[in-house]
Design a protein around this ligand. Structure first.
Ligand code: CIR
Length: 262
């Protein structure tokens, strides 16, 4: 049993405006605003019971704030990713150091690529988005690493959004899981009977929520989807997230959350 929830975050790089962009046009990103909103996000993690390990920025790596892409941390093992954007590959060594005390580690090796944002865990199944960032070799390596730990890894194509979790995230864990999804970006029928809540069509990026226990850290901008979620009994902790959204980042992207004993 785990009794403490850790959240690894990394402060926003001063170079954030030079971030990678795939589906969005570049627009000015205000560092100070992004940093302030990120701090509010870290506070939200702490308020919801996480022990937040806030790493210093790496200004030479514009996207380093998006720590989710560097690893997937499961109860049994952490897998260090090999990000699909070459400019992001130097982000992983510092995450190795941070995770070493907490988990057995494995890593995706060249020529495999995997971004953590493409990995959706539902129970002991990992849905791996085949995106511009995550390739077949990377998914095959992940499958081989996780099979002995009892996880099944399945591929699902994602081409209308950056990452699988840009379009779909877990909003209830346990025996009766549920996801939040933008059906315009992904056909979620691969999930079979799992309950699906759809975003309001006017809020396409609203499918990315961060589940902590029974509460969702959720961008304050998506009022309509939020209303829908609350009407169905979901607890929402809103955060300002508009500035990093211009860098194609959502609320799952900015942390690695995992349980530790004691
Ligand atoms: C990138 O394109 O890699 C960054 N600008 C955004 C990464 C967002 N991460 C995530 O969705 N997990």
């Amino acid at each position: 049993m785990t009794s403490v929830r850790m959240a690894i975050t990394r402060k926003v790089s001063r170079s954030i405006a030079d971030c990678q962009l795939t589906h969005l046009d570049r627009e000015p990103i205000d560092y100070a605003t992004a940093a302030r909103q990120h701090e509010a996000y870290e506070h939200a993690l702490a308020e919801l019971g996480c022990r937040v390990l806030s790493l210093p920025p790496i200004d030479a790596l514009p996207d380093a704030v998006f720590v989710e892409d560097a690893a997937i941390v499961l109860d049994e093992i952490a897998v260090i990713c090999r990000p699909g954007a070459p400019a992001r590959q130097p982000e992983t060594p510092s995450i190795v150091e941070v995770l070493l005390p907490w988990r057995e580690l494995a890593a995706i090796e060249t020529p495999g690529t995997v971004d953590g944002g493409d990995l959706l865990r539902v129970g002991r199944t990992i849905w791996a988005g085949r995106s511009t960032r995550t390739n077949a070799e990377g998914v095959a390596q992940l499958r081989a690493i996780l099979a002995p730990h009892g996880y099944a890894v399945h591929e699902v194509a994602i081409d209308r959004a950056l990452h699988l979790k840009s379009a779909i995230t877990l909003i209830r864990d346990g025996d009766e899981p549920a996801v939040l999804v933008n059906p315009a970006w992904i056909d979620a029928s691969f999930l079979g009977a799992i309950e699906r809540i759809e975003v309001d069509p006017s809020e396409p990026a609203a499918g990315n929520a961060l589940l902590l226990g029974e509460t969702l850290i959720y961008p304050e901008a998506f009022a309509r989807t939020r209303e829908k979620l609350e009407a169905q009994g979901f607890a929402i902790h809103p955060v300002p997230a508009s500035e990093l959204a211009k860098a194609e980042g959502g609320v799952t992207c900015c942390s690695l959350v995992f349980g530790v004993g004691g």
